[in-house]
Design a protein around this ligand. Structure first.
Ligand SMILES: Nc1ncnc2c1ncn2[C@@H]1O[C@H](COP(=O)(O)OS(=O)(=O)O)[C@@H](OP(=O)(O)O)[C@H]1O
Ligand SMILES: Nc1ncnc2c1ncn2[C@@H]1O[C@H](COP(=O)(O)OP(=O)(O)O)[C@@H](O)[C@H]1O
Length: 207
C-alpha cells in the first residue's frame, strides 16, 4: 500500500494505559469512522452535520472533519492535484484513526475521489470500524445545485482540476451505504445512516 517512507526510525510506539476500550466503556458507546465520499455538492457536509446533530442529541461523542474546514488548517499547504488530494486524504485518514482511538464517532466529509486512498483509509482501522457512505448524486444535479458557484467557475476554466469536470471521481463499488441524495430528502438520508449504525451496534437498537 501507499505507505510514506518512515523518516523517524528511532521512535518507539508508546502504549497508552487509557485504552480505546476504556474510553468506549466510559462513553457507553463504540467509536467509528463514518466516511462520506462523493462529488462536490452531493451532500456530504449537509448529511454529515445532520447525522452528527442526531448522534449528539443521543448523547454520543462525535466530531465532523469537513473538507473545506480542514483545508484552512491542517491541509492549508495542499491544492487539488492528484498528489495533493492523496496527501490530503492520508492526513485525514490518520486523524480519523486517532479520533477512533479517542473514542469518538468521527464523520469525515471529503470528496476523497480515489479508490486506492479510500482503501488505505479502511485498512488503517480495525475491521468494521470504517464505514464508507457514498453520497451519490448525478453530476448534472450537483452542477445545478452549484452550492458554492464552483461548477460555473470550473466550466469557465477558472478552476483547474475540478472533480467531475476536469479531475476524476472514482465511484465506490461496494460502499457500506449508498445514499441517493437526489431521490431522498435530508431526513430520509439521515435515517438511512442511523439505521445502519443501529444494525452495526454503534447505536443501541430501538426498544
Ligand atoms: N478543484 C477542485 N475540485 C474539487 N473541489 C474543490 C476544488 N477547488 C476547491 N474545491 C473545494 O474544496 C472542497 C473539496 O475538498 P476535499 O478536501 O474534500 O477534496 S479531496 O478529497 O482532496 O479531493 C470542495 O468542497 P465540497 O463542495 O464540500 O466537496 C470545494 O468546495
Ligand atoms: N438528501 C440530501 N442529503 C444531503 N444534501 C441534500 C439532500 N437533498 C438535497 N440536498 C442539498 O444538496 C446540497 C449539498 O451541499 P453540500 O452538503 O455542501 O455538499 P458537499 O459537502 O458534498 O459539497 C445542499 O444544498 C443540500 O441542502
Amino acid at each position: 500500500m501507499n505507505k510514506q517512507p518512515d523518516k523517524s526510525p528511532n521512535t518507539v510506539w508508546h502504549r497508552a494505559t487509557v485504552t480505546r476500550q476504556r474510553r468506549e466503556q466510559k462513553n457507553a458507546h463504540k467509536s467509528a469512522v463514518l466516511w462520506f465520499t462523493g462529488l462536490s455538492g452531493s451532500g456530504k457536509s449537509t448529511l454529515a452535520h445532520a447525522v452528527e446533530e442526531d448522534l449528539h442529541q443521543y448523547g454520543l461523542n462525535t466530531f465532523v472533519l469537513d473538507g473545506d474546514n480542514v483545508r484552512h488548517g491542517l491541509c492549508s499547504d495542499l491544492g487539488f492535484s492528484d498528489k495533493d488530494r492523496k496527501e490530503n486524504i492520508r492526513r485525514i485518514s490518520e486523524t480519523a484513526k486517532l479520533l477512533l482511538e479517542a473514542g469518538v464517532i468521527t464523520l469525515t466529509a471529503f470528496i476523497s475521489p480515489f479508490k486506492t486512498e479510500r482503501a488505505i483509509a479502511r485498512s488503517l482501522m480495525p475491521d468494521g470500524d470504517f464505514i464508507e457512505i457514498h453520497c451519490f448524486c448525478p453530476l448534472p444535479v450537483c452542477e445545478q445545485r452549484d452550492v458554492k458557484g464552483l461548477y460555473k467557475k470550473a466550466r469557465l476554466g477558472e478552476i483547474k482540476e475540478f472533480t467531475g469536470i476536469s479531475s476524476p471521481y472514482e465511484e465506490p463499488e461496494n460502499p457500506d451505504l449508498r445514499i441517493d441524495t437526489n431521490l431522498l430528502t435530508l431526513e430520509e438520508s439521515v435515517q438511512q445512516v442511523i439505521s445502519l449504525l443501529r444494525a452495526r451496534n454503534i447505536l443501541p437498537a430501538k426498544e
